[in-house]
Design a protein around this ligand. Structure first.
Ligand SMILES: [Zn+2]
Length: 332
């Protein structure tokens, strides 16, 4: 007679390496996935395939421990074990092997139980649901990577630090939004020490951006670029000086680099207000690219005005905090 434990053990084995009713097994989904694909983060601030695999292995291990009589706890290696710094094929093979071993141990532990208790059946079935839930996420991440689509999004915490409803009457008030974003981007571990915001001349906030180069693996995602893209998307116009639109101004926590200065011209903003100076960023080792005095003259001749060093000390303090934290200098 098949016991309940044997049935659950068989379900876990099938979910991992068989033919589960809900779709492909974990091993079938992961077949052929490279280390680079596993380490990619196609959705900013969401987990990678690699992280999901380590998480699934950790919880399979924890459930095995509970079946052995241990009190419920978080996995010894943590809820979300970190990916290795270097995503090599060998390290990826090791992560997948860990997942396989954790499931082999769990299946054996469940199958060995003669009369499974309610609590143990609950834990084992919970793991089964956990596997199904996360293997569905892995499938979606692979589809997203296969679409070759790039997703650009502000980190979720931006909603907590930006007030979209209020009006910002002065340069200082507007710059404080950009500098606050830069500071939070450092303290919350998201990316480089830069923030930007675009306002209409009446003080209405249209868009914000934070540097997302490292977390999004995207060299173009400087704070100013993100703010431009978000504003254009929101207004449904590729230029912010289209007929009928009010004047738009860019506030950035640091003087723009070559890329952002070029994009400034095409964006249609009529004024650029900066806090930290180019020299402040260079001191950290950030490269600003080919920006020359003539570059500013060129833009000024086309109607873009520049105002510098608004809240410079505050913005410099953010750069300094980033340096002390040992944050990566990604383009210097
Ligand atoms: Zn830039």
């Amino acid at each position: 007679m098949t016991t309940e434990a044997a049935r659950i053990a068989d379900d876990i084995r099938r979910a991992y390496d068989g033919n589960p009713w809900h779709g492909l097994s974990v091993t079938a989904i992961l077949e052929g996935v490279t280390a680079a694909e596993a380490a990619a983060r196609p959705i900013p601030n969401a987990h990678t395939i690699w992280e999901l695999v380590l998480h699934m292995a950790a919880w399979a291990g924890e459930v095995t421990r509970r079946l052995g009589g241990a009190a419920p706890a978080e996995p010894a290696e943590g809820d979300w074990p970190a990916m290795p710094a270097a995503p090599t094929e060998a390290a990826w093979a090791e992560a997948k092997a860990r997942l396989g071993e954790a499931h082999a141990d769990l299946t054996a532990a469940v199958a060995a139980i003669e009369q499974i208790s309610g609590a143990d059946a609950h834990a084992a079935n919970g793991l089964l649901q956990h596997d199904a839930y996360h293997s569905g996420q892995v499938s979606l991440l692979l589809k997203l990577a296969g679409r070759k689509a790039v997703t650009i999004a502000c980190p979720p915490w931006v909603a907590d630090v930006v007030d979209w409803e209020t009006r910002y009457p002065t340069d200082e008030a507007r710059m404080r939004v950009a500098v606050t974003l830069a500071r939070e981007n450092v303290s919350r571990g998201g990316g480089g020490p830069f923030g930007a915001a675009i306002f209409q001349s009446d003080g209405r906030l249209v868009s914000v951006g934070v540097n997302s180069v490292v977390p999004s693996a995207n060299s173009a995602l400087h704070a100013e670029m993100m703010a431009f893209m978000m504003a254009e998307h929101r207004l449904g116009s590729f230029t912010l000086e289209a007929d009928g639109l009010p004047v738009h101004e860019l506030f950035t926590s640091c003087e723009p680099c070559a890329m952002c200065l070029g994009a400034t011209l095409w964006s249609g903003v009529r004024r650029v207000v900066s806090a930290a100076a180019r020299a402040d960023a260079l001191r950290l080792g950030f490269e600003e690219g080919p920006v020359f005095p003539e570059s500013f003259v060129y833009l000024e001749e086309r109607g873009v005005r520049f105002t510098r060093e608004v809240l410079r000390a505050e913005a410099r303090a953010v750069l300094e905090a980033y340096r002390e934290k040992g944050g990566p200098v990604y383009n210097g």
